[in-house]
Design a protein around this ligand. Structure first.
Ligand SMILES: O=C(O)CCC(=O)C(=O)O
Length: 350
């Protein structure tokens, strides 16, 4: 009797939870998501462990993310998917990068960045001079990265079906010259963006080789995507700071850092408010990663005048005016309009 008496409330709670979870993941066959979540955990932990939010904010209903993956992104603001991009594709992107460095191909709109320690030195005609290329959306082979079906299907879980590639980068983190300039300060990518809402923007960042603490892996502060956009400035680093590498002025230093060690082809998806950066490259190699920021084409542009983003607007607009030979006044949103390219669905607002 006593046993049955304690089982009844647990059974009722389990039934209630099953019903709620069944509603939450509505695109799955009826009830399946809830059942999967429940059977995954031992009975005694069902109610305590499977505490998925009643309302998902950062992910959309889909058939791809498991309830655990969805919950992880909701809580932490990032999600690593192992082995998503093939070696063959990565080698093709690497070859293309080499051709760009050797000036064998020119790409409309491409921005080439050099590490602050070599920016003013003699021109070196290979990858050693280049720490990053940005805005490769109009280079068909590199743009193929943004359209890889296995990446786009994850992106859709965050953006929905109409998808724009907004910002593209291939990062070639050089061996640190001893001045710690190869570090990337902790920042939120939304600082650079004049489109919203933030929750319908996501970055895909793929390791082009094994990346760990030795060659400067990504470092993230889990859960910070739930906060606001913070003031960013150039950090006060003795050895110098790379152009446009703004850092968050203040953040909660007690949040434990997570270092994302990743194998070649592993891909992390993360929210644009997630505070992240990357460490020093202590090896002799050039650490490579390729990335794209995607946004729903239903996002809208905003004016950043009078906000914390005015400082980055000034820098970006200066570069864009030079690149596109524009004389008239320009805003951050105009620079984004020029670089954006449709990946899937319909180009609506962006
Ligand atoms: O690949 C890296 O080192 C970090 C890149 C990054 O966070 C960025 O460019 O915004």
């Amino acid at each position: 009797m006593e046993g049955r008496g304690t089982e009844a409330p647990a059974a009722r709670a389990s039934l209630r939870l099953r019903t709620v979870l069944g509603h939450l993941v509505s695109s799955r066959p009826a009830g399946l998501a809830g059942v999967a979540a429940l059977t995954h955990f031992p009975t005694s932990a069902q109610v305590a462990t499977a505490k998925y939010p009643v309302h998902f904010r950062y992910t959309l209903d889909n058939n791809l993310l498991s309830p655990e993956q969805r919950h992880f992104y909701e809580e932490n603001g990032y999600l690593v998917i192992k082995n998503l991009v093939s070696d063959e594709d990565i080698e093709r992107f690497r070859d293309e990068f080499t051709k760009i460095c050797r000036k064998e191909v020119t790409v409309p709109g491409l921005v080439i960045m050099r590490d602050v320690s070599i920016a003013k030195s003699e021109f070196i005609s290979d990858q050693k001079a280049i720490s990053k290329i940005q805005d490769f959306a109009f280079h068909d082979e590199l743009f193929r990265y943004c359209t890889l079906p296995q990446i786009v299907k994850y992106v859709e879980c965050f953006t929905g079906p109409n998808i724009m590639a907004m910002h593209t980068m291939l990062i070639n983190k050089p061996p640190d010259p001893g001045r710690k300039t190869s570090r990337h300060p902790m920042h939120q990518d939304l600082h650079y963006f004049s489109f919203r809402p933030a929750d319908r923007i996501v970055c895909a960042w793929t390791a082009m080789e094994r990346i760990d603490r030795r060659n400067g892996c990504l470092v993230v502060l889990p859960g910070t995507h739930k906060g606001d956009l913070k003031q960013h400035d150039y950090p006060d680093w003795e050895g110098g700071v790379n152009k446009m590498y703004h850092g968050v002025r203040d953040y909660d230093r007690s949040i434990p850092r997570v270092h994302l060690a990743m194998e070649k082809g592993d891909t992390v998806f993360f929210h644009p408010l997630l505070i992240h950066g990357s460490g020093m490259n202590k090896t002799e190699g050039f650490r490579k990663a390729i990335s794209c920021h995607y946004a729903s084409s239903d996002c809208y542009y905003i004016d950043v005048k009078g906000t914390s983003q005015e400082n980055i607007e000034k820098e970006v607009v200066e570069i864009a005016k030079k690149k596109y030979g524009i004389d008239s006044s320009m805003a951050l949103k105009d620079a984004w309009r020029l670089r954006a390219r449709l990946v899937k669905g319909e180009r609506r607002s962006l």
